[in-house]
Design a protein around this ligand. Sequence first.
Ligand SMILES: [Fe+2]
Length: 444
Amino acid sequence: MLQTVEHSVSARDVLLARYQAVRVASARMCASLEPAEYRLQPIDDVSPPWWNLGHTSWFFARNVLASLGGAITADDAQYDYLLNSYYASLGARLPRSQRGAVSRPTTEEIYAYRASVDERVQQLVETIDSFHWPALEYLLRIGIEHEQQHQELFYTEIKFILAQNPPPLRRSYCDSPSTHREEEQARPLQFCSVPGGLVEIGSVEDDWCWDNELPAHKYYLVPYELADRLVTNQEYLEFIDDGGYRNQLLWLDNGWQQRTAHAWQAPLYWERNDGVWQIWTLAGYQPLRPHEPVSHLSFYEADAFARWRSETRQEESRVRLPSEREWEHAARRFGETNAATAFLDAGLLHPQSQTPVANAVQALREMSGVLWQWTSSYYEPYPGYRPFPGVLAEYNGKFMDNQRVLRGGSCVTPRNHYRLSYRNFWSAATRFQFTGVRLARDSA
Ligand SMILES: [Fe+2]
């Protein structure tokens, strides 16, 4: 009995410590913002930071405190309409496009609300009886992972928000420039042969995971090849210079319509001045580094690029984007990650090549923690998928419609939020996320 109590106390301490660490991190990443920067929503997809901070707090109030007998305040009800993102079962909510249009609650009030939620969550964790502890542990963990998703979103959103200012007036998010490798020759892109067969897909490592990573299942893969690194800026520039954005035959029809409607001529954040390319980063403008992985492009651009490579290089005639299952199986077998330059924890806030110049043992570089990689797969349920019970059934399942899956995490993904089976998903035209391209090839 004593052992059970000690174990239980320790589990509470561990979970509470993780909760507090995540909450502190969210506030810390906003510490350098100026008042106006908390409030802006330049496009529907980009929520303002005030909302991010409030919504993640509301999530704990609504899904943890209210469900398990925690303390409830008038603010919980008052903010319900504003801070509910998309949970139809929880009632009416502010249209997503209006998050930048409201001036109340003030940013100070949102910070006060966060503090109130933190106090009440801590009280609940410390006092809940052992019978209800498993339910609290389950819901609190989802809330923590949810907030980490919003931490990644924050970096992509503030990058986009700051980029709306005229170039001479732009303020960078961080003062110090991203550290980067000195310019060096990129290793030619090589393809790693991956034996096919019946493979295991999904949450096979048995870690905590979202409902959409389950059930783990077997899937038959035909042998294939996967590029051993991400596509670089230099390689993408060749596509641009060869008229890739002007050749309709390279594009899916919806992609061509997007490219035309938005006058795409290069990835998001690329700007050419006097013939010289530069890119907007969280550390301000940087020269376009040829051997850095290309980032901030849509599925349509990634797909057109792959088609262009297959048509212009004889040795790559079978090139395409990988399916999500091809990506996951190869990552599990051959993926390597250099923690020093990967994930949010590395602090680079920018994708960096991890591929050694010299020939090395065949391995797949930059698989995790550099850029989310577009796959050819539509976001669909795995066979036998069951959504989370209750309100949280809306978390993932209802978005399994007309979106593409991305794999790999990025330089702004918290490391302890990620697994190889992690499935990200966005509409095919999305460019403001830290997205990149890895090519695949049919085996000969
Ligand atoms: Fe959310």
